[in-house]
Ligand binder design. Structure first.
Ligand code: NAP
Length: 199
């Protein structure tokens, strides 16, 4: 398969790319890294990416920033960070990308454990992750030509544990390589409309 991985240089993206490259032709992309440059917050940039790479068999998003901060100090502008970047960035990739997928292709997005397991400072992240999960459940019902879509919802990565452990008391970190197996399942398997949890 020819697989587009956006965010391939990140902690998650590196693990996903290493897994998929064993069996597939991976085209990597990021704002400042990868085979191609793309900014998922920019509609024209996403169109330009697909014009450059042509049709693909799978689209993977391993990107997304959200705002972490106390609710009492949170502004709408703060909240909009996650809406524009992690949520609409990935949704934009799916909306445009569906028209550049071969029959039987797939889209795999990244959500996260906070959708169902809130932490302090995490209102934006919980909301955005739940929205991504909702999007894939509904989008799967409408995608034509055997195209599938799933979200991968992981706990904190072992690789990020030192930075995040104080915020995730009592959570069990997971190796990014284990999360990558869920991406493999989404890309190479048969499920659609699923939130694959790696908690
Ligand atoms: N870290 C964790 O413990 C954890 C746990 C569960 C879920 N997640 C989720 O997993 C995803 C990836 O996290 P990560 O820790 O791997 O992040 P990361 O290391 O910061 O990597 C982010 C990747 O996305 C690219 N990117 C960022 N913004 C972009 C944009 N607007 N357009 C295109 N590419 C963009 C970056 O490339 P450039 O730098 O070249 O732009 C980079 O390759 C996020 O959605 C995060 O919420 C993370």
């Amino acid at each position: 398969m020819k697989i587009l991985v956006v965010g391939a240089s990140g902690t998650l993206g590196k693990a996903v790319t290493a897994n998929l490259r064993e069996r597939h032709d991976v085209v990597s992309a990021g704002r400042n890294s990868g085979d191609h440059r793309v900014d998922l917050t920019d509609e024209a940039s996403v169109h330009a990416l697909f014009s450059a790479i042509g049709r693909v068999d799978a689209i993977v998003a391993a990107t997304g920033s959200v705002h972490f901060g106390p609710l009492a100090e949170m502004t709408a502008a703060n909240f909009n960070v996650g809406l524009q970047d992690k949520l609409l960035g990935q949704v934009r990739l799916a909306l445009i990308g569906q028209h550049h997928l071969n029959d039987g292709g797939s889209i795999t997005l990244t959500s996260g454990v906070l959708s169902e397991n809130p932490i302090r400072l995490g209102a934006n992240a919980s909301c955005v992750n739940a929205a991504i999960d909702g999007f894939v459940r509904a989008a799967a019902c409408e995608l034509p030509r055997g195209i599938r879509i799933n979200a991968i919802s992981a706990s904190v990565f072992v690789e990020a544990w030192d930075a995040y452990r104080d915020y995730f008391a009592g959570f069990e970190p997971v190796p990014a390589a284990r999360v990558a197996l869920a991406f493999q399942r989404s890309v190479e398997g048969v499920t659609t409309g699923q939130v694959i949890k790696v908690w």
